[in-house]
Each structure stands twice: as structure tokens, then as C-alpha cells.
Write a protein of this length. Sequence first.
Length: 193
Amino acid sequence: MPLLLAGCGILLGPSPDRSRTFVITPIESAAAPDSDNTLSVSVKPVRLPAYLDSKGIVTRVAGNELRQGALDRWAEPLDDGFARALGQNLATLLETDRVITTVWYGKELPTYTVGVEVERFEPSTDRTATLVARWSLRRGSDDGVIAVRESRHVHNIAGDSATAAVEALSACVADFSRDIAAAIQQEERNRAD
């Protein structure tokens, strides 16, 4: 009987945690942002659809069917992770260390303010990752709207793993960041003329 009870203890012990956590990865850059660059950007809190307000990575199975991952999870709230990666990407692309992804409290207004409302951001079982987002760019000094646009980016997922899906989602955020950076750079050129 003691041998039987000892065997039960092994079976009833805690099972290993098989969950994995992921983050959106920003663009890699070898160069440090230029601390002399006075260009400043405030990224407002990113708004996501309610279905993405989840720890599990949500995958689109069909047109209106979604599946929430049980083992593959975000390491941080997705809206925070998206904003963090976007802010780091903009700092890299614009070569400035003055990009803020929290509320702007400085006495001096930022040069630009970016607002983002994500409409879709998920991998799909067809091995694509999709980002659709509406965004606005405002001048900080007079609150004038410079641009209101929609960006749509799709990347192929190289494999069936969650790692590959998150890499493709990160690539979508990188392309989205390039859209915003290009609009800021164009505005800077217009202002210089």
C-alpha cells in the first residue's frame, strides 16, 4: 500500500508550466538616437479592439472566428507592448531620443502627437499576420491636424509556430512605424521650405 500511495503522489504533483510569453519586437538599430535632435514625438495610448484585450495571443481562424491561445501569451498588455515597440521604432527611424509613449507632462509641447486606433492585429491560420490601424498626426504647438490615415500591412508567417507569428506581427508594426515616420519627415521638409 505505501508503494501505491507514493505513486499517486507523483501523479498528483504540479505539472510543468508549458506556456510561453512573447513581446512585439522593435526594429534593431546599431546607432544610438541623436541626443541633439530636438524633434519630439508623443504617442498617445494605443487603442485596441476589445477582442485583443487578452493575455492569450488571438488567432483568426476564419472570417469571423477567432481562437485565443491557451499556452502562447503576451508578456505585457498588448496595447502597452504595441505602443512601446512603436515608440522605439519611431525613435530609431527619426533618430531622436525624444519619443514618449506615456502621457506628455513636459512644459514644452512635443513637436508631434500621434494617435493610433488599431482595427485588426492578429495572425491567421492562413499563415499571414495582419495589422489595420487608423492614425492621426498632429502638430504639438497648435494642435493642427496634419494627417488622418489608415495603414494596412500584411506579412507572411514563416512556419506554424507562435514565434514566427509574433515575428510577422512585429514586422507589421515596423512597417506601420515607417508610415508614421515618413509623414513626420515630410512635414519637417515642408516646414523647412
